[in-house]
Design a protein around this ligand. Sequence first.
Ligand SMILES: [Zn+2]
Length: 546
Amino acid sequence: MKKIFLILAICFSIGANAQMTEPELIDLPIEADEELVKVSENTEELDETAMKYAATITAEDMKRHLTILASDEYGGRGTGEPGQQKAAEYITEFYQKWSLPTIGEGNGYYHPVPLIQQGWSDNVSIEVKKKKFNFMDDFYAFPRYTSDAHLKNEKIVFLGYGISDPFYDDYEGMKVEGKTLMVLSGEPVNKEGVFYVSKMDVPSEWSTNARKKTQEARNRGVNTLLVVVNDYKENAAYYENWIKGTSIKLQKDVKKRANNMNTIFISPQIANELLKKNNSTIEELEAKISETGKPLSFKVKNKATINIERYADLIEANNLLGFVEGTDLKEEVIVVTAHYDHIGIIGKDINNGADDNGSGTTTVLEMVEAMVQAKKDGHGPRRSILFMHVTAEEKGLLGSQYYTDNDPIFPLENTVACINTDMVGRKDDKHDDYNYLYVIGADKISTELHDINERMNRLYTKLDLDYTYNDDNDPNRFYYRSDHYNFAEKGIPSIFFFNGSHADYHKPTDTVEKINFDAMQTRGRLIFHTLWQLSNQDKRIEADKL
Ligand SMILES: [Zn+2]
């Protein structure tokens, strides 16, 4: 699907079929003579012009957009899934209808983010004497530490517990370079419960540090290490989330793993199948070593065919660029972000992501409309504004990271601020009503950014601005968990608007009927006023806290 998906994406971006109703344009001459929008920097005066355009941000419009974007048809907008492409078409058609210029260097409104999706291919198995063992059922390996390997009729050496310690050394006198070893997990202990390595009744690091045996084998140039796991089913179930599933990374972060040693965790069933010709079993070997306290190693007579393979597919996802050019201060840019991706379809469940982050996506659409209407009326912003619906936030803030680290459309030094909106349609259980909003990060780089937002709220929206999550010691670390953080990390003053988490967070129950559109309207207008002030005041805000 991915490849087909890729090609489809490009052709649709120009003529999508999203259910977008004609925006009701107030019939004004296009590009009325640009008069410089004047805003004062420290008055408590209401700005009628700003209020006029803030008023175009309505609960009704928001409901229309969000009902579509959070509908099952959009499949929870997962990165690399068709639903997200559909959302991208909806959003870019909106940009197009509001005649935003395309600035994506030949990609229209798209800012392609090269992502790689990695997962286990179907060709993962272990075979002993024609008996085939399947992944997870009888063996597992950790994706991060695995390279593709195809070992046919591989000879195996049993090497006890794979321990090398002054008191107990399975490697002593053994040539293991380039070989495939099978070792027991844990360490030898006598029937009184005394461990041969520590000489006490407490286990050593060889039991407690899962990586110690792997490191030892790797340092000795072993090719593949098979570790027999006694409570196999429990362990496989425990690690399942780390092992299965796919991971999505920025292409640049996918390092071709040097052909490194693989560690494969196998069930006693596989081990005993291998030991059949040696007329032995794992249980017997453990008992023997426990009795003698002596290392035990030998050639395993049965061979194994081992296939380990992961696929790495390029998936193209896109940040979406909605640019509104400024006037006299147009070289300076304010970036307004909201991620339009969510976690998509998991199993049979569609995670609609109405609040996360359909609400922020919609709020930015409304701000685009308001700002373009102002520009059409001749009250366009003095500084340029890049409205950016970013992708792959749920995969690790990848879309915004790619923008700031690899391919900023505008020089970061000209980027005055980042305004990020992520989850603004609900309330958390810490508040009795919706008349609040968490503000995170505003004062961390620029005092003025914080003050401006406070003043705008005092003048226009009178919300209870909650700074609980702005605390440097906030255990939730929300400051680091949304797209503004990639800009803040670059020293760009950034403000994050958030309504807090709730019971439906990242669940299929995060649906549109639970959204409070009146609250979203008020919150959206606050964010718009802060944007208006930042883009029109004479002096650029200072990063005085850096
Ligand atoms: Zn989110």
